[in-house]
Design a protein around this ligand. Structure first.
Ligand SMILES: N[C@@H](CCC(=O)N[C@@H](CS)C(=O)NCC(=O)O)C(=O)O
Length: 214
């Protein structure tokens, strides 16, 4: 009998939400069995793990081999909470005020992911709704302007020259995903500091292996 791994992660190769979890697992040194899926044709085991048919989902085998000690955690933010609590509180800062700022910044970055996914999926439809698309782009523009007005070299994005916060990782993941999906929206020319932020960090060892392919 093969004993299941402690962690299995359902993900898709371009999902920014799954990527933030893949990066965090790597950073925490947690090996996992990778279950890459096509979310547009969700396999039965993904639906069993997450009836909402979304990735990422982390399946945790608390006692590998003992089925009733296995549970599924859907949603990237919920997974990060679980990892934070089960791995010595290493995702979010300990200081309460800093933690609130980093979480708020992370919410903006994941909001960029949500709006970009929404826009991209709408563009795939036969007759994309201009209202929907326009609303998503307006939300993205406003959020980018707010982020570009903050200092990118310090909290909430970084705590030192080398150390990104969770929000810093999320911002790079969001912007790289936007680079891939938001064709025709000239955000890089408008916010060159954000474009530079991606280029400075995307080649790092903890980010490059999960970069979304074209
Ligand atoms: N709030 C969720 C969002 C997850 C999500 O939207 N995942 C997308 C991939 S980027 C997905 O699975 N989409 C499947 C679909 O749209 O059918 C999270 O943070 O994990």
């Amino acid at each position: 009998m093969t004993i299941p791994a402690r962690y299995q992660l359902y993900y898709s190769i371009r999902s920014p939400f799954a990527r933030r979890v893949r990066i965090a697992m790597g950073r925490l040194g947690l090996p996992f069995e990778a279950r890459e899926v096509n979310v547009f044709e969700p396999p039965a085991d993904l639906l069993a793990a997450n009836p909402l048919a979304l990735v990422p989902v982390l399946v945790v085998n608390e006692k590998p081999g003992v089925p009733d000690r296995t549970f599924s955690v859907p949603d990237s933010s919920t997974i990060l909470e679980y990892l934070h609590e089960s791995q010595g509180e290493r995702i979010w800062p300990k200081d309460l005020a800093l933690r609130a700022r980093v979480r708020a910044a992370s919410t903006l970055a994941t909001g960029l992911m949500t709006e970009t996914v929404r826009w991209f999926l709408e563009q795939q439809r036969e007759s994309p709704s201009a209202d929907w698309g326009g609303e998503a782009i307006a939300n993205i523009e406003r959020t980018l302007a707010a982020i570009a007005a903050t200092p990118l070299k310090s909290p909430p994005w970084k705590v030192s020259d080398l150390q990104l916060t969770q929000a810093g990782y999320d911002l790079i993941v969001a912007l790289e995903y936007m680079r891939l999906r938001l064709k025709g929206v000239e955000w890089e020319a408008k916010y060159p500091e954000l474009s530079r932020f991606v280029d400075q960090h995307r080649v790092r060892q903890d980010l490059a292996p999960t970069s979304p392919p074209a």
